[in-house]
Write a protein that binds this ligand. Structure first.
Ligand SMILES: Cc1cc2nc3c(=O)[nH]c(=O)nc-3n(C[C@H](O)[C@H](O)[C@H](O)COP(=O)(O)OP(=O)(O)OC[C@H]3O[C@@H](n4cnc5c(N)ncnc54)[C@H](O)[C@@H]3O)c2cc1C
Length: 371
């Protein structure tokens, strides 16, 4: 009998299991992978505050600017706080720390279902074709965006945006973002430098051709690797009493950027702080809703506004241009809502000018929808 069974050995699951083991809990951790961290789906672009969790040694790149391409033109933004971390290295490091702290890690172990029996949770999992079971006082679902623990809880699924990425020989030392809802219907495309390589990717349904368009710009570049992943978009879900969700399983990522590493760590920390409380679930909810969960909620609201207005290219482009100085000052890949608030302030000051762009966009959208 364990105190905790954690499903998933990504950053959320391993960081949480490590913390729990260090605090004297007996932890069993399951992951369906045969090697921690592989395959990797993440670009690893974060604010340097993540170094607290990753350590300096996992930084593989330090882009200093991001160029945003829109149908109206491009804008270059500066930011000295961005870093790219070795994501496979991060998963391995956190997993090693958890195991060293006492977590029992079982790889090749796919969570199937759980049952509540005699005030304990019995977890059924498949290991190399054989069905096993283990029991614990609590179950933690850290099994990523398409979480099966979340499914078994009967929670409604968030939107799951598929992504496709290509690793190429290094193209550029800075980040590039493409925002064009006519081609990338649900999200955006990116190029992120990753040490000796660059990652070109998109996320969103019906956009699969766009990365090939980008790759046409580099006809002689060899594709080293193709990979893919899933980004959950929706409201956070923290689970239920005794069955808790953290990281992407809890939709603890930003709906604006898809970034989820900080949310993975924050949710793991809040749950850890709640374990010894009389009502763990209530405490976890309170910490989340008054802490990082608020930023996640705001990012989701912002995303809904962007979804409704991104066709206003003239307006967006000129608002970004007018705000570029302030974006350079407050821009933070982990907190895009802060940038959005600063942009809103500038927009109010320039509202008469921006109204003109809004009207010209309206006319264009009207013509476009009549074609
Ligand atoms: C294309 C892409 C790019 C991204 N880029 C960034 C970025 O630049 N910056 C950023 O901050 N975030 C980024 N993210 C988001 C980030 O990768 C996630 O937020 C982060 O991985 C969440 O960690 P996690 O531990 O919750 O989940 P995961 O990393 O997904 O780990 C979940 C683990 O659970 C295991 N698992 C799943 N199902 C089962 C099961 N049934 N049984 C057992 N084990 C199971 C998986 O094998 C996996 O090891 C990106 C995501 C995508 C898809």
């Amino acid at each position: 009998m364990y105190d905790i069974i954690t499903v998933g050995a990504g950053p959320a699951g391993s960081y949480f299991s490590g913390l729990a083991s260090k605090n004297g809990f007996k932890v069993l951790q399951l992951d369906l992978k045969s090697e921690v961290g592989i395959p990797n789906h993440c670009s690893g672009l974060v604010n340097k505050r993540i170094i607290k969790y990753s350590g300096e040694e996992l930084i593989i790149d330090k882009p200093e600017s991001a160029t945003i391409y829109t149908p109206q033109g491009c804008i270059e933004l500066k930011n000295k706080d961005m870093v790219v971390i070795d994501r496979i290295g991060l998963d391995k490091k956190l997993s090693k720390e958890a195991v060293e702290a006492g977590t029992t890690l079982s790889l090749n172990s796919r969570f199937i279902e759980f049952k509540i029996e005699n005030n304990a949770v019995t977890v059924y999992y498949q290991n190399r074709g054989k069905l096993n079971k283990a029991s614990a006082n609590i179950l933690v679902g850290a099994d990523g965006p398409a979480s099966n623990v979340r499914k078994k809880l009967g929670v409604a699924e968030p939107i799951l945006l598929p992504s496709i990425q290509f690793d190429l020989k290094k193209l550029d030392s800075n980040v590039k973002i493409w925002l064009d809802r006519r081609k990338i219907k649900d999200f955006f495309a990116w190029e992120v430098p990753q040490g000796a390589t660059s990652e070109v990717g998109i996320s969103g349904r019906h956009s699969i051709n766009f990365p090939y368009e980008l790759l046409n710009n580099y006809p002689k570049i060899e594709i080293i690797k193709r990979r893919g992943g899933v980004i959950p978009i929706g409201k956070s879900v923290l689970g239920a009493q005794g069955i808790y969700l953290i990281g992407d399983a809890a939709v603890a990522n930003k709906a604006t950027t898809g970034g989820g590493l900080l949310g993975a760590f924050k949710s793991a920390e809040y749950l850890m702080q709640s374990l010894n409380k009389e009502d763990t679930f209530m405490s976890y909810k309170k910490l989340w809703n008054s802490g990082f969960g608020r930023d996640i909620k705001n990012a989701y609201l912002l995303r809904k506004i962007i979804d409704k207005t991104e066709f206003f290219y003239n307006l967006w482009y000129n608002t970004f241009k007018l705000s570029s100085k302030i974006i350079n000052k407050v821009g933070d890949v982990d907190y895009p809502e802060i940038t959005a608030m600063a942009i809103l302030d500038i927009s109010l000051i320039y509202s008469p000018l921006l109204l003109r762009y809004f009207i010209s966009d309206l006319a264009q959208i009207h013509n476009y929808s009549r074609q």
